[in-house]
Design a protein around this ligand. Structure first.
Ligand SMILES: O=P(O)(O)O[C@@H]1[C@@H](OP(=O)(O)O)[C@H](OP(=O)(O)O)[C@H](O)[C@H](OP(=O)(O)O)[C@H]1OP(=O)(O)O
Ligand SMILES: Nc1ncnc2c1ncn2[C@@H]1O[C@H](COP(=O)(O)OP(=O)(O)OP(=O)(O)O)[C@@H](O)[C@H]1O
Length: 470
């Protein structure tokens, strides 16, 4: 497949509406009228401070590299049904500058210190996972064939698609024997929970979250439910809610708003007015997400590889990196090199003695280098996001043509205490390669987090269920 193309008709800022952003990219939804592009998002890079300046050709962190990394490397670890196809389009400084100007009033102030990188020659087109394009197309056709109902209050004006994005972060406790005994708290308190305290020290207005990723990854419905409630209470950058593709602002650190009217409307659409839901919409959502998360394998795959690719902990990796950096010229791998690294890793974890990592002190230089790369790969999986999208099961007469492939990454689920069915899909986003050069900052952050946590005299065993909210 040709992964890059020129689509000059898309280089018009008025066709794009701000959807969301992270530290490195801004994502916009297509708002034009060409059905060919319905349900597409544009992902545009922001100015880089750590990934370096990206040149048009040859830079190891080019968008083409990112594309190949997702398609050929991550797909060997995570079933490709969860991974979005990406197509690169040529962009121009004129377009990017105009786009950037059009975004100045809609971007959150906390993200405005980094602007679009207007020198980028490429941007990426991907499916918008927060919507179901077929529903939009059907609705448009329905509205055109029933002009008399246009603009009237009807079930058509109720929300059709809810999407919840979760950035689940690190799902495991380390077992590496290389960890400094003074930092043994790392064996019982997870990275996220300790990091919350460090964030609190760094940022005056930080509100501590009670979310623990180990609950979310636990496969125990009670723990998963607890973690989702904590996320809804303090979403930070770990939970986003989209309604019909539009981001919904969520409060931070407040009690869960039981009347989340948008969720009530969504579920009312599904069960109908006569069968008004007897549980708050937010509880329905938590129940559905719990069932999906417990039964689907994506989070389990993420946790498994995060942990296995990080056998020695940064406390074991950093000294090797530090030494090798002086001795040899460490470099970020090409796709061919990543392929070798992943094949070696997959052979290792499928071998009978996979449970027993090589003694750290006995690893050869080649092995040290390999485990450094494995650690960097693990960093990608510790920072990705998962989007779960829910919409009403197709009724034969109106949505009968929607494709419903059975299998992993999507399915049908029954609304509790109702006969109504919903469809769902799960996708993974933000699976970009991380730079090897971040290892010193990973080590510094790790040490700050654990040292600060030790001063607090807080005891939390993340292998046990977190506190349950009423
Ligand atoms: O190191 P962490 O765990 O704080 O993760 C960083 C994230 O911070 P978080 O703690 O999730 O708020 C951080 O997220 P925010 O900017 O805080 O939303 C980024 O995702 C960063 O990745 P990159 O530099 O954009 O490639 C992330 O850096 P990596 O560690 O993934 O390289
Ligand atoms: N395919 C998609 N469909 C819908 N929304 C998306 C898609 N990809 C990304 N987004 C939205 O855009 C946001 C930013 O994208 P992404 O996570 O890739 O940015 P990033 O800057 O690389 O993140 P990070 O801060 O983790 O480095 C996501 O959190 C999500 O809300």
């Amino acid at each position: 497949m040709d992964i890059s193309t020129s689509l000059p008709e898309l280089l018009d800022p008025s066709l794009w509406v701000y959807k969301s952003e992270g530290n490195a990219n801004i994502v916009l939804s297509y708002a034009g009228s060409d059905p060919k592009y319905a349900g597409i998002v544009l992902r545009v890079r922001k100015t880089q401070n750590e990934r370096g300046i990206v040149s048009e050709d040859g830079d190891i962190f080019s968008l083409e590299h990112e594309h190949d990394f997702q398609r050929h490397i991550i797909s060997k670890l995570i079933n490709s049904c969860y991974i979005s196809q990406m197509q690169l389009i040529r962009v121009t400084p004129t377009f990017l500058i105009a786009l950037s100007n059009s975004l100045s009033t809609v971007r959150p102030p906390s993200r405005q210190h980094k602007d679009l990188d207007t020198s980028q020659p490429w941007a990426a087109l991907m499916s918008d996972h927060t919507i179901v394009p077929e529903l939009q197309i059907n609705d448009r056709a329905h509205a055109e064939s029933n002009p008399e109902t246009h603009g009237l209050e009807s079930s058509e004006s109720l929300p059709k698609v809810i999407a919840v994005e979760i950035k689940p972060k690190w799902g495991f406790l380390p077992v590496s024997p290389v960890i400094n005994p003074a930092h043994s708290v790392k064996y019982t308190t997870c990275r996220y929970c300790m990091h919350q305290h460090w964030k609190g020290r760094k940022h005056e207005h930080h509100i501590q979250s009670s979310f623990c990723p180990l609950d979310l990854y636990s496969k125990d419905p009670q723990r998963v439910r607890t973690s989702l409630k904590s996320l809804l209470r303090s979403p930070q950058n770990n939970l986003k809610l989209f309604v019909d593709g539009m981001p919904i602002m969520l409060g931070q650190g407040q009690s869960i708003d039981k009347s989340f009217s948008v969720l009530e409307s969504f579920f009312r659409r599904i069960v109908g007015e006569s069968e008004a839901p007897n549980v708050a919409g937010v509880d329905h959502l938590v129940d559905l997400l719990t069932t999906i998360i417990v039964s689907d394998s994506l989070l389990q795959m993420l946790k498994y590889h995060q942990q296995n690719l990080d056998q020695y902990d940064i406390e074991g990796i950093f000294p090797w990196y530090d030494k090798l950096e002086l001795d040899t010229k460490l470099h970020d791998p090409s796709i061919a090199e990543w392929n070798e690294i992943v094949q070696t890793y997959l052979r290792r974890i499928s071998s009978p003695d996979a449970e027993m990592p090589r003694d750290w002190a006995e690893c050869s230089l080649t092995e040290q280098l390999h485990y450094i790369y494995e650690f960097v790969l693990s960093a990608t999986l510790k920072d990705c996001s998962v989007i779960i999208t829910l919409w009403p099961e197709a009724e034969e007469d109106s949505y009968g043509r929607i494709r419903c492939d059975p299998g992993e990454g999507e399915g049908t689920i029954q609304l509790p205490s109702s006969t109504r069915l919903l469809r769902y899909k799960i996708r993974i986003v933000d699976i970009d390669p991380k730079r090897l050069g971040k290892i010193p900052s990973y080590f510094a952050l790790d040490q700050n987090i654990v040292r600060h946590f030790r001063t607090l005299n807080v005891h939390k065993d993340c292998s046990l269920q977190s506190f349950t909210f009423p």
